[in-house]
Ligand binder design. Structure first.
Ligand code: NAD
Ligand code: MG
Length: 302
């Protein structure tokens, strides 16, 4: 199940040195980017995440589950006892197959559903196929997102602005709406927002705006669904080393110092995000609703 007991998420250790400080070389991948080609490689918990039965028997749909944070979530959820439907883009099949094998190696089911969530019809199809394959749905993680850095608003096209909103927030509304129709009391939705929601970078005007919207949507929908026993929360990552960063998510010259300005002094690894999603999906967080849990290496956030 897991091979690295000395570095699993339950072992007492120093967060400064749990993972090495990395200085990624300048590199480029075309969008959406692949974990298989990322330098250096990331820790998605494949050899370290230790489950304790907190999501036993749950039926989960995770978007962007092929790579980065979403892959770490999918692996952790499977180790905690859940079956997983994985949403990703067709170009990411290689990454998705790798995560599928890890989930199955953990004794759980992995259902692959490639497709573009910026397409309204596909959002509904995605949920229908997940429900069909898993025999229901009681957990949704809206984690997919696109981030393309543009230095000057003069160069920020209407097409990019619209595509970012379609993928990052319109899809969350559409997938959540379709999912809620199938969800029994006890179900959960967790959305991936960002520190960009509060501290927007000048080159991420479209992206940061969608992340602020996700926080607000989480608080509104959380109140709306609470009486039905469905809880909605969010996680706001700081700088996490994933393929998003090398597929134009950051200016190239920013890559070597990525994450170094956090109080911990290093970028986060995707597996360090997973416990936050596990907590917000597990029944142990039954009184937590509309919350955004910041996992960012110590940068102050509201
Ligand atoms: P990632 O590239 O590994 O994951 C993003 C995923 O989004 C892709 O794998 C892809 O499958 C999916 N996606 C993008 N456009 C899609 C589309 N049109 N249809 C279907 N799927 C699509 O990168 P990541 O960093 O793990 O990103 C996961 C989430 O974390 C994103 O919402 C991102 O905004 C957020 N986030 C990341 C960081 C960071 O530093 N890496 C920081 C804050 C927030
Ligand atoms: Mg990917």
């Amino acid at each position: 199940m897991f091979e690295n007991e000395t570095n699993d998420q339950l072992t007492f250790q120093d967060p400064v040195t749990r993972f090495p400080e990395i200085s990624p070389p300048k590199q480029h991948q075309s969008e959406p980017g692949l974990d298989t080609e990322l330098i250096p490689q990331t820790d998605r918990g494949q050899d370290s995440y230790r489950g304790t039965g907190r999501l036993m028997g749950r039926k989960c749909l995770v978007t962007g589950a092929d790579s980065g944070i979403g892959a770490a979530i999918a692996i952790a959820f499977a180790r905690e006892g859940a079956d997983i439907a994985l949403s990703y883009l067709p170009a990411e099949e290689e990454d998705a197959q790798e995560i599928k094998a890890i989930i199955e190696g953990s004794g759980r089911r992995a259902v692959l559903i490639p497709g573009d969530i910026s397409d309204r019809a596909f959002c509904e199809e995605l949920v229908a196929r997940a429900v069909d394959a898993l025999g229901g749905l009681d957990a949704l993680v809206n984690n997919a997102g696109r981030q393309i850095a543009v230095e000057d608003i003069a160069d920020l096209s209407d097409e990019q602005w619209t595509a970012t909103f379609e993928t990052n927030i319109h899809a969350i509304y559409r997938i959540s709406k379709a999912a809620v129709a199938h969800m029994p009391p006890g179900s959960t939705i967790v959305n991936t927002t960002s520190i960009q929601a509060y501290q927007p970078s000048t080159q991420l005007l479209d992206y940061a705006s969608t992340k602020a919207a996700i926080n607000n949507f989480t608080k509104g929908l959380g109140q709306s669904l609470a009486p039905r026993g469905i809880r909605v929360n969010a996680v706001a990552p700081g700088p996490i080393w994933t393929p998003l960063q090398v597929s134009d998510g950051q200016p190239k010259e920013a890559l070597p110092k990525f994450g170094k300005s956090t109080p911990l002094g290093r970028a986060g690894q995707p597996t360090e995000l997973a416990p936050a999603y596990v907590f917000l999906t597990s029944p142990e967080s039954s009184y937590v609703i509309g919350e955004t849990l910041n996992v960012n290496g110590g940068t102050p956030s509201p």
